[in-house]
Ligand binder design. Sequence first.
Ligand code: FA5
Length: 352
Amino acid sequence: MTVEKLQAEIKQLEDQALSALKAAADSKDLQDVKVQFTGKKGAMSSYTKAMKDLEPADKPKLGQAISGFNQAFNQAFESYKEALKEKELKAQLERETIDVTLPGRQQLQGSRHILTQVREEIEDLFLTMGYQVVEGPEVELDLYNFEKMNLPKNHPARDMQDTFYIDEEVLLRTHTSPVQARTMEQHDFSQGALKMISPGKVFRRDSDDATHSHQFQQIEGLVVDKQITLADLKGTLLLFARAIFGQDREIRLRPSYFPFTEPSVEIDVSCFKCGGEGCSVCKQSGWIEILGGGVVHPRVLEMSGIDPEVYSGFAFGLGIERVAMLKHNVDDIRHFYQNDLRFMKQFKGGQK
Ligand code: FA5
């Protein structure tokens, strides 16, 4: 083939290449055009190879044609490359524009469980009255759960609280009363009276139903000082009932039995639904039982190293679930544990 023919072909190829570069829609197309014309197996490669078959005098002519092509191609390639890059950046910026007027995504915010809210409400009330909050172990010794509460082995009243035993001496506490003994043992009366509450989980082999659970929460209350009487218990619990259930509430004490208190009482609050006239909440009686209490048995004081001739005390124990059920009109204790969000959301708020 003559060098003139080769030169003409290269010129033609240059026109094709320049219009292919111009037509490239994006950087990738542009790169493909480069490979197609100037790559190792591209359209121009055969002309470089044709060099060796030419007469020496023709070689520079072909060389000039090839470098002419390369120069025109590279110049066009670089300018389109810049233009496309700018175009693509602009498109990307448009795509990623943030619409600041769009409403934000809602963050789900947790809230405290209703039982926690009720527990803290009761704790706060007693804290303002100068009580300390004390916690005790859930896995407890028989010694504290029963014996120091005046319930020796084989005492028939042990059956009142059917127990999960771990071994003969260790059990899951059936009430928060063992914290009484643990606190009395430690208390130094030269620092003043003992006034404490103790909230926490307790466990019993009760069958679960609408008002019973095998695991529930209690709050224990204990005051020990000189000349503490049942009247102090009554005054304290009246204040408690009014703070939690409403200022127009009354309470009444009924005789009861607990091995660790003497006398023992069951405390009722006047029905906050009907005001005492009788309704379905109070089972037509006008009163609702809320807790048990009494004057600390002298044997209990003695077993914790306190002289019952000098000191006396009152104690009480309430079920947090039962208080929460009454306060918030919940008809089944199991709702508290099923974590149904429709139930839980009714008690939102109470953020601390
Ligand atoms: C006691 O546990 C005593 N330790 C309370 C006490 C303390 C009396 C100090 C005197 C002095 P009782 O078994 O009645 O008492 O339980 C107290 C409260 O726990 C009950 O009034 C009730 O509100 C709640 N309760 C009892 N059993 C269950 C249960 N299975 N599920 C949910 N709540 C319960």
